[in-house]
Design a binder for this molecule. Structure first.
Ligand code: FES
Length: 186
C-alpha cells in the first residue's frame, strides 16, 4: 500500500502488528523509543522522505506508514467524520493550535487547517501521543479518532487532543500530494 524511501515492508508491518496488538490487549502500550531502535542512523533519517500510495486506502480506513523512523497515520475520512470535526468550536479544544508543519505556527486548529488542503478527506498526522510518546489506537475512544492506552488521552477526527493528559494535538508532518494518489511526507 505504501512505498517508502527508507522504510521497509517488514518494518511497516511491524507497526501494523504492534498497533493491532495494542487494540487486542487494551492496556499494553507501545512506547516510541522502543520502535525507534529499529531505525537507521540520524544521517539517513535527516534526508528521508516517504511516498505513500493512497489509492488502496478505503474510505474510513486509517493506515500507518513510517517517516524518519516515526509512525504516521493516514486516514481517509468519511463525510461523517469530517462533518463531526467541523462542528467542534475552537473554544472547545484543549489545544487551539493547528500544529501543522505546512502552515504558520499560530494557525488555529480548525478542521481545514488540520486536513489536507483541497482534499479534506485526508488527514495525515504523526502517530505519537504528545504526552509521553505512546502510539495511540485508531478508531477508538469517545471521539472516534485515537485513544492512547498509556494514560487515557483521546484525539478526535482531526487528531486534536480532546482529553488529556496529552497537552497538544497530534503533529501534522510536512507533506504534499505528488499526484492524486500519492502523498510525499517530508
Ligand atoms: Fe499517551 Fe500518556 S503517552 S496518554
Amino acid at each position: 500500500m505504501a512505498t517508502t524511501g527508507t522504510a521497509e515492508t517488514t518494518r511497516r508491518d511491524f507497526l501494523y502488528i504492534a498497533t493491532g496488538a495494542m487494540g487486542a490487549v487494551g492496556a499494553a502500550a507501545l512506547v516510541w523509543p522502543f520502535v525507534s531502535q529499529l531505525q537507521p542512523d540520524a544521517s539517513v533519517l535527516a534526508l528521508a522522505s516517504t511516498d505513500v500510495d493512497i489509492s488502496q486506502i478505503a474510505e474510513g480506513q486509517i493506515v500507518t506508514v513510517k517517516w524518519r523512523g516515526k509512525p504516521v497515520f493516514v486516514w481517509n475520512r468519511t463525510p461523517e467524520d469530517i462533518a463531526k470535526s467541523k462542528e467542534v468550536a475552537l473554544s472547545a479544544l484543549l489545544d487551539p493550535i493547528a500544529r501543522n508543519a505546512n502552515l504558520p505556527p499560530d494557525a488555529p486548529a480548525t478542521d481545514e487547517n488540520r486536513a489536507a488542503p483541497d482534499k479534506e478527506r485526508w488527514l495525515v498526522v504523526i502517530g505519537i501521543c504528545t504526552h509521553l510518546g505512546c502510539v495511540p489506537i485508531g478508531h477508538a475512544g469517545e471521539y472516534d479518532g485515537w485513544f492512547c492506552p498509556c494514560h487515557g488521552s483521546e484525539y478526535d477526527q482531526a487528531g486534536r487532543v480532546r482529553r488529556g493528559p496529552a497537552p497538544t494535538n497530534l503533529e501534522v508532518p510536512p507533506y504534499a500530494f505528488a499526484s492524486d494518489t500519492k502523498i510525499t511526507i517530508g
